[in-house]
Ligand binder design. Structure first.
Ligand code: PMP
Length: 385
């Protein structure tokens, strides 16, 4: 790809204009791959909260919470997250990646077994590697396979942690969480759900698939990130188990890194308040997701899942996906190119993520760009063949 002058993994955003637009290589471009689900990166209250925090608390914490102490904002945000999910305890990490790393390397160790959905995010795999737990996988979104594998573990199932995601980031498909939790409870196991791509979007109050599937009071740990719906950077875990606090004394990714800077905590708290109090954001992202999904389905694209915050088009070859991704960028629409092994099942994806900030006109422009690129690629293929 480098030889062809294409670098899909290092696209320069020369100037960001808003939550949905940037200048890329001199061209005004719609951001359709930013995971900026609620479009809050330029929200007035979030920006003001961050600016105020910089002025009053400074630019950084310059150290970890264990060594340098916790700012009032860290502690307040942990409580606000726990309250939002109706859980007893909350724990904030410096990134979502570190939330999984910190939780999974500490909760479970070499004497424990973890059963994870095969399509889980890299941070989940990495956390388990760091802690050394025995790691087994079950078939993606297949509760019957999970059931069989837990049964095979016998008594060990009661000391097993099951890890799944709410919505999977690549194809955008949701977990059948009610069924999965039913299986977990049947075997007396524990369950952790990563809601990175569903927080603020799914569920009556935006609490994710745990809420829409009615299992909020049955899960042991919910993990999430600030880097998507909350428009900043950071991660968290909430739990009904009061012993969650013990993680603070043993989790290397919690202890041995600097805590989130005050402005990040401040804008995250403002974003969480908006997410909690303003249902219209959720309505807007669903309108946009449904419109894009319908438009692409009508054009005949193969899509990864039902409408949702992630709309992925699926291809059999790298060349086809790359051609589509590049064609979209040339037409002023930035999406994500996802190739194996990041994309599942050996398929290649051009993945769009929707935002409440997208206008209807921007969604129509995206659909038009997909249509025009497909026609241009077919023409090129005909001429070559
Ligand atoms: N979990 C999942 C499912 C993710 O998709 C991601 C990021 N793409 C993360 C965790 C990590 O989040 P962060 O970007 O905040 O490190």
């Amino acid at each position: 790809m480098k030889e062809a002058g294409i670098e899909p993994l290092a696209v320069p955003l020369d100037r960001v204009l808003s939550s949905t637009e940037a200048i890329i290589r001199g061209q005004r471009t719609i951001l359709a791959g930013s995971n900026n689900y609620l479009g809050l990166t330029f929200d007035e209250n979030c920006v003001e909260a961050a600016v105020d925090a910089v002025r009053t608390l400074g630019t950084g914490t310059t150290g970890s919470r264990m060594a340098n102490g916790s700012y009032a904002g860290h502690i307040a945000l942990e409580q606000e997250l726990a309250d939002f999910y109706g859980m007893r305890r909350g724990l904030v990490f410096s990134t979502g990646y570190q939330a999984n790393l910190g939780m999974l390397s500490t909760l479970v160790g070499p004497r424990d077994t973890v059963m994870l959905d095969a399509d889980c995010h890299a941070s989940i795999y990495d956390g388990l590697r760091l802690g050394g737990a025995k790691t087994l996988r079950f078939k993606h979104n297949d509760p019957a396979d999970l059931d069989r594998r837990l049964k095979r573990l016998g008594e060990t199932a009661r000391q097993t942690l099951v890890v799944v995601e709410g919505i999977y980031s690549m194809l955008g498909d949701a977990a059948p969480l009610a069924e999965i939790v039913g299986v977990v409870k049947k075997h007396g196991a524990y369950i952790m759900v990563d809601e990175a791509h569903s927080m603020g979007i799914v569920g009556a109050k935006g609490r994710g698939v745990v809420e829409s599937e009615g299992v909020l009071d049955a899960v042991d740990f919910v993990v999430g990130t600030f880097s998507k719906s909350l428009g900043s950077a950071g991660g968290f875990c909430v739990s009904p188990h009061t012993d969650l606090d013990m993680i603070r004394y043993a989790s290397r990714p919690y202890i041995f890194t600097a805590s989130s800077v005050p402005s990040v905590i401040a804008s995250t708290r403002a974003a969480l308040a908006r997410l909690r109090d303003d249902d219209t954001l959720r309505e807007r992202i669903w309108d946009n997701a449904t419109r894009l999904h319908r438009g692409l389905a009508n054009l005949g694209f193969e899509l990864g899942a039902a409408p949702g915050p992630v709309v992925a088009t699926v291809y059999d070859s790298r060349e086809a996906a790359l051609g589509m991704w590049q064609g979209l960028l040339d037409r002023g629409v930035y999406t994500n190119l996802m190739l194996p092994p990041a994309a599942p099942n050996g398929r290649c994806l051009v993945r769009a993520s929707l935002s409440a900030g997208h206008t209807t006109a921007q969604i129509e422009t995206m659909i038009g760009a997909f249509a025009d690129t497909a026609i241009a690629l077919q023409k090129m293929q005909r001429e070559a063949g």
